[in-house]
Design a binder for this molecule. Structure first.
Ligand SMILES: *Cc1c(COP(=O)(O)O)cnc(C)c1O
Length: 377
């Protein structure tokens, strides 16, 4: 059997262990310490825009805290992009709130501004103004943030940007994750950089960050004994994990470059295959880190479907995966309201994510190309 080619696997830079050793040597084996502060500073520097970053145990935890800081509580409604990973929507349920799902538009596959405004107006007319809007930058592709933030501002609803897949992506030259009232990042094992598991909340002032740190460390009031006036969470990142993050930040720009090269590779491979579209930025205002390269197959033109290609890859021990199944089609969210048409559903039916790791070799690319050429012949 050929060695396995993964969709997206961890890619260490080499200096991660230095930071982890420093943590051991100084006995900072705790959810605080120099690596936690250092990783936050590194991220703030990378994102610019005077942001304040709190590193946490997961991107999901960051979203949960963002919702709490936006005042989301029991019985509220929160708008969320439907085409995404379940972790974008689950924290809405943690708050006892209801998600209201929105379709995608065809250019970026992200939240459709037209369906968004329709939803906001309809929910307000039903007597419930949404408490927040969660927009996602799918596979690293920036959403149409100018249109989305304009609508959110018009109705004065805070935007939370799920930039879990989009560290290193920019829209009109500004980093994804820095547009909303809050942004969230993930350092899970499959993301563009990883700490083995972790996340971050991107804030725009010290007060919001301090509140996130307070809530993520069990909400201890300032007293010598354990005193609590809020429900707390155990969501802070450990100093060991943050050490991995500091090492990974040293190679983040290289990782973005390598992922973008994988996208260019697929553009080349599919150049002569009619009926297959490689997911690409619609204009120069959008700069994707191309965390995952993806394609949409037009079955009417190619006579082939994405499941066929997925199985052909599998035959050669190569991992690929259908696009995210939209949340409004998930059994667990069957009752949630939905606005839009069938754009996200069609993308799910016809789309496939392709091996995109920054650590793939020329031999891996030859194997991938051969499977694609054979399949579409
Ligand atoms: C990975 C991911 C998350 C969750 O991040 P974790 O760190 O795994 O909790 C949230 N949203 C999207 C879109 C993701 O891809």
């Amino acid at each position: 059997m050929n060695t396995k080619i993964w969709l997206s696997s961890p890619h260490m830079g080499g200096t991660e262990l230095k930071y982890v050793h420093e943590a051991f040597d100084a006995n900072w084996v705790a959810p605080l310490g120099p690596n936690v502060d250092g990783f936050e500073k590194d991220l703030e520097k990378f994102l610019h825009d005077d942001v304040k970053v709190a590193v946490l145990s997961a991107g999901t935890a960051a979203l949960h805290l963002a919702l709490i800081e936006c005042g989301v509580g029991y019985g509220d409604e929160v708008i969320c992009q439907s085409m995404t990973f379940s972790a974008s929507a689950n924290p809405i349920a943690y708050c006892g709130a209801t998600p209201v799902f929105i379709d995608s538009e065809k250019d970026t596959w992200n939240m459709c501004p037209v369906a968004l405004e329709e939803a906001v107006q309809d929910r307000i007319s039903k007597g419930k103004k949404p408490k927040a809007v969660i927009v996602v930058h799918l596979y690293g592709m920036p959403a149409k943030m100018a249109e989305i933030t304009a609508i959110a501002d018009k109705y004065q609803i805070p935007v939370i940007e799920d930039a879990a897949e989009a560290l290193g992506s920019t829209y009109k030259g500004k980093a994804c994750g820095t547009f909303g009232r809050f942004g969230i990042l993930s350092f899970n094992g499959n993301k563009i950089i990883t700490t083995s598991g972790g996340g971050a909340l991107v804030c725009h002032n010290q007060e919001d960050k301090d509140k996130a740190v307070f809530l993520s460390t069990q909400a201890r009031d300032n007293a010598p004994h354990y005193q609590h006036s809020h429900i707390g969470y155990n969501y802070r990142m450990s100093n060991i994990v943050a050490g991995i993050g500091r090492g990974q930040m040293e190679v983040l720009n290289d990782r973005v470059e390598a992922r973008r090269k994988m996208h260019d590779f697929y553009v080349g491979v599919f150049n002569n295959i009619e009926g297959v579209e490689v997911f690409t930025e619609p204009t120069e205002e959008f700069y994707s880190n191309h965390w995952l390269s993806a394609i949409v197959i037009d079955e009417r033109i190619t006579g082939k479907n994405r499941e066929g290609l997925r199985l052909a890859f599998l035959e050669d021990n190569i991992e690929s995966r259908p696009l995210w199944k939209p949340m409004h089609l998930q059994p667990v969210f069957a009752e949630a309201p939905y606005y839009g048409t069938d754009v996200a559903e069609k993308l799910f039916d016809d789309g496939l994510c392709l091996p995109s790791g920054s650590n793939l070799s020329d031999e891996d690319r030859i194997r991938i190309e051969n499977v694609i050429k054979d399949f579409f012949q």
